[in-house]
Ligand binder design. Sequence first.
Ligand SMILES: Cc1cc2nc3c(=O)[nH]c(=O)nc-3n(C[C@H](O)[C@H](O)[C@H](O)COP(=O)(O)O)c2cc1C
Ligand SMILES: C=C(O[C@@H]1CC(C(=O)O)=C[C@@H](OP(=O)(O)O)[C@H]1O)C(=O)O
Length: 334
Amino acid sequence: MNSFGRMFRVSIYGESHGKGVGVLIDGCPAGIPVDKEDFMGDLSRRKAGGAGSTKRIESDEPVIISGICDGHTTGAPINIHFVNGDTRSKDYSLFKRMPRPGHSDFVAMKKYNGNNDIRGGGHFSGRLTLALVAAGVIAKKILAGSKLNAKLVQVGKTDVRNASEKEIDKILTHVQENGDSIGGIVQFTGVDLPVGLGEPFFGSVESHISSMIFSVPAVKGIEFGAGFEGVKLKGSQHNDSIIDASGKTLTNNNGGINGGISNGNPVVFRVVIKPTPSIYIPQETFNFEEGKMDTLQINGRHDACIAKRATVVVENAAAIALADLFLINKSSQI
Ligand SMILES: Cc1cc2nc3c(=O)[nH]c(=O)nc-3n(C[C@H](O)[C@H](O)[C@H](O)COP(=O)(O)O)c2cc1C
Ligand SMILES: C=C(O[C@@H]1CC(C(=O)O)=C[C@@H](OP(=O)(O)O)[C@H]1O)C(=O)O
């Protein structure tokens, strides 16, 4: 399914090598100040071009088709479109008979009986995260009183929390020069979010955010607060003592969420992004034309580390989920 949300409803469309990609947002309140410039900062954080990035360079220029007029949202559906320019589909012709290990080629071929768009990653491409970033810019405006931020905290085995951009780039360049790829961990922190976002059980903050975050291609895991490390603590250590009437806690092992509801402390989660599947080192895969294993040599233009460009994707995807919960929460009390 290509739609997410109950109140702030986001649908994404397009293909990596089709005419373009984009987003349709329904349910956005009217009167939110937005203009084209507001998108540029976050879109440039996702943009290709730096160390470890794909060499495919797109303008990533947002075209506002509807729902924003005279510098504010109008209450009508918002459509933001991005035109694809720098496509090179011939790099992909091989993957129909020799699917790439770790990518969507095999499952898409089976699921859609070979009718899927195989130019680039088609509709499975990370390019569609451009649409999520754009929708996240508007979601953040709905959450104007809160500050949301995601940062890269680990690249492969290296903790990069205190590393400079230059040090991170050195790791990525080394991997890229070897024709290989590397994964990473992105940490999200949302501060000054109101108490009360989220619903018990299926609409919990954790389930809503996770559902959205797992929609980002290459995400393989998520943990909130102390997460998996929490298993090493006793209840007496894991419990977060409430220290004032606002609900502030001494520690934040629960990542700002109890009973599926935000408790007013920072919402914190970490996301694991796998190493990019398309690598330049020859790999063994099944050749469907010849009915035997064969050696696949991938050409084309790929990210050596998705996690770097996906940091703002995680931030804005979380914003979409939280903005939806924010609007839903407006109806929890009269
Ligand atoms: C921002 C972004 C950029 C990506 N760039 C590439 C890429 O250059 N090459 C590639 O093979 N996969 C890339 N991916 C990941 C694939 O789209 C993803 O691995 C594939 O769709 C399979 O999905 P899965 O990894 O979730 O199983 C990228 C993902 C994101 C979020
Ligand atoms: C184009 C973008 O990233 C692409 C994501 C992607 C993939 O398989 O996910 C593969 C590469 O593209 P192509 O399909 O042209 O080989 C990346 O360049 C983008 O992020 O804007």
